[in-house]
Design a protein around this ligand. Structure first.
Ligand code: RAM
Length: 897
């Protein structure tokens, strides 16, 4: 058994960790069944080689009896700023024998306020840069061209170690000696800037040289002072008036000396080729403004003027705690067509988020090329009405070089198609590529099955995730919105966490959610809070409870739960205070209900009260986990009373739920708000509704996440599969049949009968309706955990054949190691494969008509190594398994669901 995948603060080998007691984690792998960790020991040193020398260790945890390698807090000496720490974990197996070890490192950032000596710099108000006249295309605001900032400095020696710590009010790209530093896009990301601004740490050791060096940066408006959301706040701005940079380059030399270069009055500034850039509007580049060598030493500085030092204090800076946005993949053009107008339309075959890279050959100086982006075509032309005021237009004015490459840096678009106007020559597919950018989370999950349409659905879900995990979890990436909507995030989180390791990303965003809470305990609909300053709606604000609980259950992150607890409790108390009769009818904010439901209206107070009960239940459980027993008791009692009130008011003696919509039943059943004796009746009413509609759903954002899981839980997997395979409107299949490559915001984004929905709100890349992904992993393939399990310690593997599938398989890299489950049916036998990581156990339900037929290889399964028990069960047979890899066969289930 060996540890692998070592992480510090949920990232591998992070630079610039801001935590004083960072948490260390590892996963385990073994070929042996029943392998488990019984103890671990962590040792740490400042040099990797010193890990082997007991006298040079700075921390030795000693042997600690523990089955877990999850988020163990640093317990060594106080950490120094800007220091690399190496650590090793050694584990003992279940017999107490020493097993493997592995090592890793992390490096601290600037841990103390005093570590910062840099000053904020920006444009001198007296500088009055040239402003280009706006073009006819209504382009990005041209009134304040991005900053090109530079400074030179001398080095006598090359450093043995150099780090750049930097951030911006705006979005920035750092440069050293003519090269881009790092590969982060849209740094410093988006947080509640009034509370926290993230800085990035870059290893620039190899970029420096003896003699003259130049440090530089480009800074554009970004979220700080560009267009954000949908209220036309610019030029009022959400955060500040103008972009600025803060940077500190720390160099260490072989003799132990240090040299520090910071942003200060010695820097100079002059606009460069990027004439305007805005996240929503686009980027305007005029290559003729490029100052050759502007970011290198020795550049004639004549046009550069002194910067203004904006203020001396660095502000509320925090180290970036999660994976930043990067260009993660590229999509080639699949088709380039030239229209009669002479314009080219490029199809990337996939709705993506990011920007293009266009190579131009032999373009004449001054040629003005205009690129517009769209998700859809209408009559062969770009459909841009649904972008609302986001122009999503980039302009490139050529400089006359033999080869020029245009790649916007400070904007992003959601698009499948790009139209190129005024291209000077023949555009070939090889000269344009879509650069896909999103938070670079480890992609940890995979789901596949025998049905191509379901695989396309899974693909659409993952592309929805890629497109909307850009700085914050957004609702959509294309129109003038792109906000961190809370309901979207909570509905989709369980699916997102299947596909990728979202632990650090969502924990970081949770701070924004908590920061957005008001003194009365109300969260906001969005985080960071822009535009929507009113109290959150039911199911929206509840994200403030649901997500920390989700992160605890999925990753064992107790800290996010502890840090969020007061806010979680305050939310529930806020609702209670204003709704003493326990029906949530007051203070429901914008009360969106079951947003974008089809043909029905779920009663708002049913939905709200169900969420009130659900959140209260989760906060009670959180209190228990955190050892706050008084809170737990109080909240449990409150939950019981809300449940009674719900049943009293909305659940009728015949098992109908008020309003009778699918979502009303789903909420009541999923959140345990139906008395046991009426559950079967309620399920019957739900099923009848689906059947009477010929297996169509009516659920919106809120209900859809519960649809298939509740049906499966209550023995109606047949209906869940019928909905999964449905291709008539409304269904997932309908959008796929019409070419969807992402999840649409609305079931009727485009229909045969009505064409496009209103452009006022019609995104083709919104992940909420993709929340069915959790069920694909959890029930179709079968990976789940028991209700009391944390971070997949006790797996609940329940593969559910059904519909027209003949096999399905999922694999997930969990916090403990690899979990997999899958099944296939052939020749009247079902084969189930399962992987249980060391230290975990599994309850595996084999769907079979004959519990006695369960075998591993040729032998009955009972008594096989790792098989702790076999029992007949309602589903067929239930096995209890120790860790290991298993391939089990049995007689196929009678009727496949
Ligand atoms: C829309 C957003 C979001 C949703 C809200 C209620 O504008 O796109 O998805 O949560 O409305």
């Amino acid at each position: 058994m060996t540890p692998y995948g070592l992480q510090t603060e949920q990232r591998c080998e992070p630079l610039g960790v801001g935590e004083r007691q960072p948490r260390l984690s590892w996963k385990l792998e073994s070929d042996r069944r029943g392998a488990a960790q019984s103890a671990y020991r962590i040792t740490a040193a400042e040099r990797a080689a010193d890990l082997d020398d007991p006298d040079r260790l700075i921390w030795d945890s000693g042997r600690r009896e523990s089955p877990d390698g999850l988020l163990v807090p640093w317990d060594g000496p106080a950490l120094r700023s800007a220091t690399r720490y190496h650590w090793r974990v050694q584990v003992w197996d279940e017999t107490g024998s020493p097993a493997g070890s592995a090592q890793s490192w992390f490096e601290t950032g600037l841990l103390h306020h005093e570590d910062w000596t840099a000053a904020w710099i920006g444009r001198d108000p007296a500088a009055q840069p040239h402003v280009d006249p706006p073009g006819e295309e209504d382009l990005p605001p041209m009134d304040s061209p991005p900053l090109y900032l530079r400074r030179e400095f001398q080095l006598e020696h090359t450093p043995v170690r150099a780090r750049l710590y930097a951030t911006a009010r705006g979005v920035y790209e750092p440069r050293l000696n003519g090269e881009r530093v790092g590969d982060v896009e849209l740094a410093p990301g988006w947080t509640e800037y009034h509370h926290r601004l993230q800085y990035q740490t870059y290893d620039v050791t190899t970029m420096l040289r003896t003699g003259a060096n130049a440090i530089a940066a480009i800074v554009a408006d970004g979220w700080w002072c560009g267009y954000v959301g949908f209220d036309r706040r610019r030029p009022a701005r959400h955060y500040g008036d103008q972009p600025a940079l803060l940077a500190q380059l720390v160099m260490e030399f072989a003799d132990g000396s240090r040299q520090v270069v910071t942003t200060d009055a010695s820097w100079s500034e002059h606009p460069g080729a990027i004439r305007a850039a805005d996240l929503l509007m686009g980027e305007y580049v005029d290559r003729r403004w490029h100052v050759p060598g502007w970011d290198r030493a020795g550049c004639p500085d004549a046009r550069f003027v002194a910067v203004a030092v904006l203020d001396a204090t660095p502000g509320p800076l925090v180290a970036e705690p999660d994976h930043p946005v990067r260009v993660v993949t590229e999509m080639p053009a699949v088709e380039v067509t030239r229209r009669a107008s002479g314009r080219y339309v490029v199809d990337f075959g996939q709705n993506v988020v990011g920007h293009i890279r266009l190579t131009l050959r032999g373009a004449p100086e001054g040629q003005r090329i205009v690129l517009r982006h769209a998700e859809m075509l209408a009559d062969g032309e770009l459909y841009v009405a649904n972008l609302r005021t986001a122009r999503a237009t980039d302009v490139y004015v050529c400089g006359g070089d033999e080869v020029e490459v245009f790649e916007p840096r400070f904007t992003f678009h959601g698009f499948r198609y790009v139209e190129i106007d005024n291209h000077p020559g023949e555009l070939v597919t090889a000269d344009i590529v879509a650069r896909v950018a999103h938070n670079d989370l480890p992609w940890t999950g995979r789901f596949r099955c025998s049905d191509p349409m379901v695989n396309q659905l899974q693909s659409n879900i993952t592309w929805g995730q890629r497109g909307n995990f850009v700085a914050v979890p957004t609702d959509c990436p294309q129109r003038d919105e792109r906000l961190g909507w809370l309901a979207d995030a909570q509905i989709f989180a369980p699916t997102a966490g299947r596909n990728a390791d979202v632990s650090a990303f969502l924990a970081r965003w949770m701070r924004d959610v908590v920061d957005g809470q008001d003194a009365d305990g109300a969260f906001r609909d969005v985080a960071p809070v822009v535009s929507l300053h009113r109290e959150a709606a039911p199911a929206w604000g509840d994200a403030g409870v649901i997500i920390p609980w989700y992160l605890w259950r999925t990753y064992g992150d107790r800290r996010v739960l502890a840090d969020s607890f007061d806010a979680m409790r305050a939310w529930v108390r806020h609702i209670h205070r204003h709704n003493p009769d326990l029906r949530w009818r007051n203070r429901t904010g914008n009360s969106y209900g079951d947003w974008l439901q089809v043909d029905v209206t779920t009663e708002r107070e049913v939905l709200a009260t169900a969420y009130f009960a659900h959140s209260t239940h989760l906060v009670a459980q959180a209190a228990e986990v955190l050892g706050r027993s008084d809170d737990a008791t109080e909240l449990r009692q409150l939950h019981a009373r809300i449940r009674d009130a719900f049943i009293d008011s909305y659940v009728h003696p015949d098992g109908t739920v008020e309003g009778g919509t699918q979502t009303a039943y789903l909420l009541a059943l999923a959140f345990g708000l139906v008395p046991q004796r009426l559950v079967a009746a309620a399920v019957g009413h739900l099923a009848a509704d689906i059947e009477k509609r010929d297996h169509r759903l009516t659920t919106g954002f809120v209900g859809v996440a519960l649809l298939c899981p509740v049906l499966t839980e209550h023995g109606r997997t047949d209906l869940a599969y019928a909905l999964l395979h449905q291709t008539e409107y409304p269904s997932w299949g309908y959008s796929i049949r019409h070419g969807a490559t992402t999840i649409w915001e609305r079931w009727d984004g485009w229909t045969d009968h009505a064409g496009f929905q209103s452009p006022a709100m019609n995104s083709f890349n919104h992940y909420s309706l993709g929340s069915v992904g959790d069920w694909l992993y959890g029930r179709v393939a079968g990976i789940d955990q028991t209700p009391s399990s944390v971070a997949y310690r006790e797996l609940l593997l329940r593969p559910q054949p059904g519909g027209r599938l003949t096999w399905a398989h999922a694999e997930q890299e969990t916090a403990r190691g690899t979990v997999a489950c899958g099944w296939s049916i052939a020749d009247n036998r079902i084969t189930v494969t399962a992987t249980v990581p060391p230290g975990s156990t599994a309850v595996l339900q084999i769907p079979t008509a004959d519990p006695a037929s369960v075998r591993e290889g040729d032998a009955p399964v009972a008594g096989q190594p790792g098989v702790l028990g076999v029992e007949p069960s309602a589903a067929g047979a239930t096995l209890r398994l120790a860790s290991g890899r298993y391939t089990i066969t049995a007689a196929a289930p009678d009727a496949v669901s």
